[in-house]
Design a protein around this ligand. Structure first.
Ligand code: FES
Ligand code: FES
Length: 184
């Protein structure tokens, strides 16, 4: 076969690293798997690699972009969602480990942003740039579900590991107390 003909083959159209890219693509597509997840009360199916972090499934596959990427190594809390009511770091959770557990994201907390914790956040004027706030709210909500009247110490313990570059920690604590009062 002449080179001119070979050059027109799909594998060569991918550039000088064409064969490598082609094989990579081929192996990737072979490893893709279908997962059906319960997200915010709906059943959602996605076709992804088994080690894809839940965060990227939520953001890239399901367009639930309220959950944020901060560090990618479970150290900042920006990506926190609920898994069966427990706050988890979605950046470090492979989609293959979710199974039938229920995922709730900030979008699933309330339809109109009027969950008591969200209202308390507004009242205490917590968000500055806002980037970390979805994760903070998810952990605060889980805390209040378990402990309806948390002390400052309980709040600090539950919220430890959530990093806010804007330093909203004091207002977060205040907002959690407001939400606890409102939920009585
Ligand atoms: S992005 Fe997940 S903990 Fe920082
Ligand atoms: S509000 Fe800006 S990082 Fe927390």
């Amino acid at each position: 076969m002449k080179f001119g003909v070979l050059r027109d083959q799909p594998v060569f159209k991918l550039g000088i690293l064409g064969p490598v890219r082609y094989l990579n693509k081929l192996f990737k597509s072979k490893r893709m798997a279908k997962y059906t997840l319960s997200v915010n009360g709906k059943s959602q199916s996605v076709d992804v690699l088994p080690d894809t972090p839940l965060l990227w499934v939520l953001r890239d596959e399901l367009n639930l972009v309220g959950t944020k990427y901060g560090c990618g190594i479970a150290q900042c809390g920006a990506c926190t969602v609920h898994l069966n009511d427990t706050p988890v770091r979605s950046c470090s959770l492979p989609v293959s480990s979710i199974g039938s557990k229920k995922v709730v994201t900030i979008e699933g907390l309330s339809e109109n942003g009027d969950h008591p914790v969200q209202l308390a956040w507004d009242e205490a004027d917590v968000p500055q740039c806002g980037y970390c706030q979805a994760g903070q709210i998810m952990t605060a909500t889980a805390l209040l579900k378990k402990n309806s009247k948390p002390s400052d110490k309980d709040i600090d313990t539950a919220m430890a590991g959530h990093i806010c570059r804007c330093g909203t920690y004091k207002r977060i604590r205040q907002a959690i107390h407001i939400a606890a009062e409102k939920s009585k």
